[in-house]
Design a protein around this ligand. Structure first.
Ligand code: ZN
Length: 458
């Protein structure tokens, strides 16, 4: 994950800050400089140079990180906006759908009410029909019973009953009775049957209405299912978008935290660099003051024993390369000398096994003179490691740093081309090389100058 990468990077940077802060803390206070030798002042100067260079690199790195993170933040912001827009659209759709569903629910309720009303009407009619049917059956039964009774009385049929009359008066009276009974029953049965037909037709009509309503209800149910399914779909889309938004917001907050931390780091580095630059200026002034008082200057005549012929020699014999020049490294940070490495047949500084061609090879005095500084104590010496300075008596001085060991000591007179030490990697280096500087004192001014104006690579 990117976040993890940034976190790791951040950890590394924070460690660097701690290390650098500690390194800075062990610097000697400025007030002690007045008591220090030229070597010590030179040491401190170089150390501060190195520290400033490192801190500047770290600052650049942090500022690069800040820029990257700001870009990431912008991207996340627009991502969140996009997701929010989608969430809004989905929210609107869900609102509309909820309205549709509640409308549909109302319709379903109405239709269901109508159906139940019709159902109860049907039930009523069915009860009436049943009642009518029973009444008809009973009436029929009564008529039959009456006829049976008459028959029993006369011992025969209605005709027998009629014809069994003793006289015509009796016959007429009997006929009238039979007619009346028959007429009444027939009328009753006809009426009842007609009622029954009517009720049946009503029931049929209601059944058909009920079917119609049932169809409507089915249609509404199916619409409802469709809407509910759509609502579920939208809700799950909504959930997905909400989750995405949550994740993006979390990422945004994380990047914001990192940015805040990086801003703090950046401020810290700026403060360290500012302090170191102030220290460097003071030490440089101290070194200049020392040389102004004790060093030879342009116009002086060198001691005869120096055999100073005026032309300096490239300080390393054999095939070499310059890996860093004056007055700055390729990254733009200050570098007041040149770095020289011994190379192999193919031009590389290391062999196929990664061994340096430079390590242990001798370096030599660029010109005759007196060794005025020689530190061969394998100490850090504020970045120079083992190093020496030769005063050539004519206002020029040369410095040789990071030696594996020195062959000379303070006060020695050396000749031009004489081996004075072995190339090493003591002090603040990334690999074995010779760091070579030329200094010129002219009148009241002392300056570190372009060594390539004095030595030419063979
Ligand atoms: Zn160097």
């Amino acid at each position: 994950m990117k976040i993890n990468f940034i976190k790791n990077k951040l950890k590394t940077l924070l460690c660097l800050v701690l290390v650098l802060t500690c390194t800075f803390c062990i610097f000697s206070p400025i007030s002690a400089f007045a008591e220090k030798s030229l070597e010590e002042l030179r040491d401190e100067y170089e150390k501060i140079e190195e520290n400033i260079r490192e801190n500047q690199q770290n600052l650049n790195e942090v500022q690069g990180e800040i820029k990257d993170n700001k870009t990431k933040l912008d991207k996340l912001n627009s991502e969140i906006d996009d997701i929010q827009a989608q969430v809004d659209i989905l929210g609107n759709r869900i609102d509309i759908l909820n309205g549709d569903i509640s409308e549909l629910n109302g319709s379903i309720k109405t239709v269901t009410g109508e159906i139940s009303e019709i159902n109860s009407m049907i039930a009523q009619i069915e009860a009436q029909i049943t009642e009518g049917e029973i009444l008809i059956a009973e009436t029929r039964e009564q008529v039959l019973m009456r006829i049976r009774e008459n028959y029993m009385l006369g011992g025969g049929s209605t005709l027998e009953l009629l014809f069994g009359a003793e006289d015509i008066t009796s016959f007429l009276a009997r006929k009238e009775l039979v007619d009346r009974v028959s007429e009444k029953d027939t009328k009753l049965i006809t009426e009842l049957t007609s009622d029954l037909v009517e009720l049946n037709s009503l029931e049929t009509q209601l059944e058909s209405e009920k079917l119609e309503l049932q169809g409507k209800r089915d249609k509404l149910d199916s619409d409802m299912s469709t809407l509910t399914a759509r609502q579920d779909d939208l809700q799950s889309s909504m959930d997905v978008q909400e989750a995405k938004k949550k994740e993006a917001t979390k990422k945004y907050e994380q990047v914001e935290d990192i940015l805040e931390q990086l801003d703090e780091d950046s401020e810290e580095y700026k403060a360290i660099i500012k302090r170191q630059e102030e220290e460097r200026k003071i030490i440089e002034a101290q070194i200049d003051a020392y040389i102004k008082e004790h060093g030879s200057q342009v116009g002086d005549t060198p001691d005869e024993e120096y055999n100073n012929d005026g032309d300096m020699l490239w300080p390393v014999a054999g095939k070499t390369t310059m890996t860093a020049g004056y007055p700055a490294y390729s990254n733009g940070n200050a570098h007041w000398g040149i770095d020289i490495c011994v190379v192999g047949a193919t031009g590389g500084t290391r062999d196929e096994n990664g061994r340096s061609y430079s390590l242990g090879k001798p370096f030599r005095a660029a010109q005759g003179g007196e060794v005025i500084i020689a530190a061969n104590d394998d100490n850090w010496n504020y970045g120079f490691g083992n190093y020496c300075v030769i005063d050539h008596g004519d206002g020029t001085q040369t410095l040789y740093a990071h030696a594996q060991t020195l062959y000379v000591k303070k006060g020695d007179i050396v000749q031009k081309g004489e081996n004075i030490g072995a190339i090493g990697e003591t002090g603040n280096v990334t690999g074995p090389h010779l760091h070579f500087e030329v200094r010129v004192k002219r009148g009241d001014s002392v300056s570190r100058v372009q060594p390539l104006d004095y030595v030419k690579k063979p």
